[in-house]
Ligand binder design. Structure first.
Ligand SMILES: *[C@@H]1O[C@H](CO)[C@@H](O)[C@H](O)[C@H]1NC(C)=O
Ligand SMILES: *[C@@H]1O[C@H](CO)[C@@H](O)[C@H](O)[C@H]1NC(C)=O
Ligand SMILES: *[C@@H]1O[C@H](CO)[C@@H](O)[C@H](O)[C@H]1NC(C)=O
Ligand SMILES: *[C@@H]1O[C@H](CO)[C@@H](O)[C@H](O)[C@H]1NC(C)=O
Ligand SMILES: *[C@@H]1O[C@H](CO)[C@@H](O)[C@H](O)[C@H]1NC(C)=O
Ligand SMILES: *[C@@H]1O[C@H](CO)[C@@H](O)[C@H](O)[C@H]1NC(C)=O
Length: 579
């Protein structure tokens, strides 16, 4: 059923390291472990939509946060002991720092009615959602706030621009006016700044060039925190601009040291090649080694799929927290007493009661707004409701593998025309491809009947749509939907009776270009489920009765990662099948 033929296959880093290790163990016994060899690993280390990483290290754990824009819950925190296996935890952020026994996370809500709102959360236990403080609010002068503690105890925030302000973490007060400290080297959008102090220099590392093909990391330094900052002569210190690399848009990074004092960085990148047309996973987080000698400027290693750098800590899944590891497959049956898994995300904040676990699986109450909704022409309740701002009945997980297989079983007995439930690969409300079961009346004479509908939406318009009558003999049982990425540029959509998968029909296919850039330049694809009544009913009563959908047996299996336009790495099987 599934064929996957990459042009070359390489041993997984895990297998390779094990092979290497057993070699050394045989030859040199335990000496091998004491000897710090460089390690090989593959990027991205946080595949799938994980942009703007910021990281902090405490004891033997690396913590990173990434951006999530309007998906919910907001910015997740990942924890890792080995920089390769990342475990998901609750909470969200944009710069993460550890100071004096506390984690601090600073970020902001954009375009709130009262303008942008800056927030700082703190916690002594990053694994507990409830241990995070209520936010201290501040009025940001720009986006991408950083947090920096100077040796004299003063706390600063640099923001896009690049400006510097002292910040009071109790009150959220910022010193005024913001001090312009650097404008970068002339690229557009100097942003994503981080301030570091090393060898009595203040280093200001930023992103510039915009988050597209010109993206880059540049750096300046000063003996005085207020400047003047001198730009490094060899800027940018990291970029894929002008290269023919598979990993493009490299930029917006953060630097940190491991337990042995070796420097590393994380930044974002897009696996697109210079064509930059098909990259449905969007902006992913990559890891690179760095060298930063005393009094010298840091040297960051070029980002590629196969990396060789400082010796990595031993692989470990001994990390606290409740979420799955980033590379784990999903095997969710939504049986009673289970809860909604931590790696599933909503688009905007869902309405209360839209998702619940029932004896029949995950019960999804349809939203009046479908996944696209309407572009509002008024502020009426109905316009707000139908553009999805009053909640969308959608839940999904990141596409984290170039090649993957996703299936889910649906029980759905629509009573009213236009009631619909199904699966989607979703970049934004204006770019998604859906396969659903929908009740439609084809003409005035016929009775309403059930159809499999495949619909591709790009830029808010339907670019492709097909209706396939639900085969009569498939009966009333669970229907299984399947979305596959059989190669790096294509998605295929299939349906079958869950009890008779051999009756599988391929309903259609869609190009990955529909899920790349366009209305979602900052996001990456999610794969998941939805239920809607397509605008029927009204704002008070919601959808008409009878359109509830029940989902069971949710399976997402990563199959391979492309690390160049011609090389794929099979996804490791060691940790799969943890039901
Ligand atoms: C950055 O550019 C602005 C606008 O041109 C200017 O006012 C400011 O002085 C510049 N900042 C620095 C540090 O050069
Ligand atoms: C990259 O920068 C060059 C030179 O400034 C400019 O001509 C080009 O339009 C930029 N490309 C993108 C994708 O921003
Ligand atoms: C991969 O990319 C390289 C560099 O852009 C190019 O020369 C090569 O033809 C590409 N290979 C494939 C299979 O597209
Ligand atoms: C080990 O990795 C570091 C960081 O990337 C690099 O500077 C160094 O040259 C590497 N050493 C060897 C022997 O490859
Ligand atoms: C993916 O498969 C489709 C359909 O077979 C084909 O047209 C396309 O060229 C393939 N893409 C790649 C990158 O091989
Ligand atoms: C999606 O919802 C909008 C607003 O209710 C509606 O105009 C549109 O027809 C719906 N799409 C489908 C396929 O029913």
């Amino acid at each position: 059923m599934y064929s996957f033929k990459p042009t070359s296959m390489i041993l997984s880093p895990f297998a390779k390291r094990n092979a290497l290790l057993s070699c050394y163990l045989v030859l040199f016994g335990l000496l091998a472990q004491a000897k710090a060899q460089n390690s090989t690993y593959f990027n991205p280390v946080l595949p799938g939509w994980h942009s703007d990483p910021s990281c902090a290290v405490v004891d033997d754990i690396f913590y990173c946060v990434t951006s999530t824009f309007i998906s919910f819950p907001g910015l997740p925190i990942y924890a890792s002991k080995d920089l390769i296996d990342w475990k998901l935890n609750g909470m969200y952020a944009a710069t993460i720092r550890y100071h004096d026994g506390q984690f601090f996370v600073i970020c902001q809500y954009l375009n709130a009615p009262e303008g942008n709102i800056g927030v700082v959360f703190k916690s002594s236990d990053p694994y507990s959602n409830s241990a995070w403080s209520d936010p201290v609010r501040f009025k940001p002068s720009n986006i991408d706030p950083d947090l920096f503690w100077d040796d004299d105890g003063k706390v600063y925030s640099v923001m896009a621009g690049i400006t510097l302000q002292e910040i009071d973490l109790e009150t959220g007060d910022l010193s005024q006016p913001p001090l312009s400290v650097w404008n970068g080297t002339g690229g557009t959008y100097p942003e994503g700044p981080h301030l570091y102090k090393k060898d009595n220099w203040y280093y200001l590392m930023i992103a510039e060039g915009g988050t597209e093909l010109n993206h880059s990391i540049t750096i300046a330094r000063s003996r005085n925190i207020n400047g003047p900052y001198d730009s490094y002569a060899n800027n940018p210190i990291l970029t894929a601009r002008g290269t023919d690399g598979y990993f493009q848009t490299v930029g917006h990074g953060d630097l940190f040291q491991d337990q042995k004092g070796k420097w590393w960085g994380m930044c974002l990148s897009t696996r697109s090649g210079p064509d930059w047309t098909i990259y449905p996973m969007g902006r992913e987080a990559v890891l690179f080694p760095a060298t930063w000698d005393e009094d010298e400027w840091p040297i960051l290693q070029q980002v590629e799929g196969r990396m060789n750098g400082w010796h990595l800590p031993p692989r470990s899944r001994d990390v606290a927290g409740t979420g799955p590891f980033n590379d784990d497959p999903d095997r969710y049956d939504f049986s009673l007493k289970s809860s909604i898994p931590a790696n599933l995300v909503y688009w905007r904040v869902p309405r209360q009661g839209s998702f619940s676990i029932s004896s029949n699986g995950l019960l999804v109450v349809p939203s009046r707004s479908n996944l696209t909704g309407v572009i509002p022409t008024s502020d009426s309740d109905d316009a707000l409701s139908l553009n999805g701002r009053r909640g969308l009945s959608f839940i999904g997980r990141r596409q984290k593998h170039t090649i993957f297989d996703y299936t889910v079983d649906l029980s759905f007995s629509p009573k009213e025309i236009d009631q619909e439930a199904g699966v989607t690969i979703f970049l934004t409300q204006f770019n998604h491809v859906d396969l659903s079961l929908v009740l439609l009346q084809q003409d005035n004479t016929a009775n309403p009947s059930l159809f499999l509908r495949l619909r591709a939406i790009s830029g808010g318009s339907t670019v492709d749509s097909s209706l396939t009558p639900l085969p009569e003999p498939w009966g009333p049982g669970f229907l299984r939907f399947e979305i596959q990425a059989p190669n790096a540029t294509l998605f295929t959509f299939s349906a079958m009776p869950a009890s008779e998968p051999q009756k599988r029909i391929t309903v259609g296919a869609a190009s990955g270009s529909l899920l790349s850039g366009n209305t979602g330049p900052f996001t990456g694809s999610l794969v998941g489920i939805f239920a809607t009544c397509n605008g029927a009913g009204n704002e008070d009563t919601g959808c008409p009765e009878g359109g509830n959908a029940y989902f069971q047996r949710w399976r997402y299996t990563g199959i391979a990662q492309y690390i160049s336009n011609e090389t794929a790495i099979p996804t490791q099987g060691e940790h799969s099948l943890s039901t």
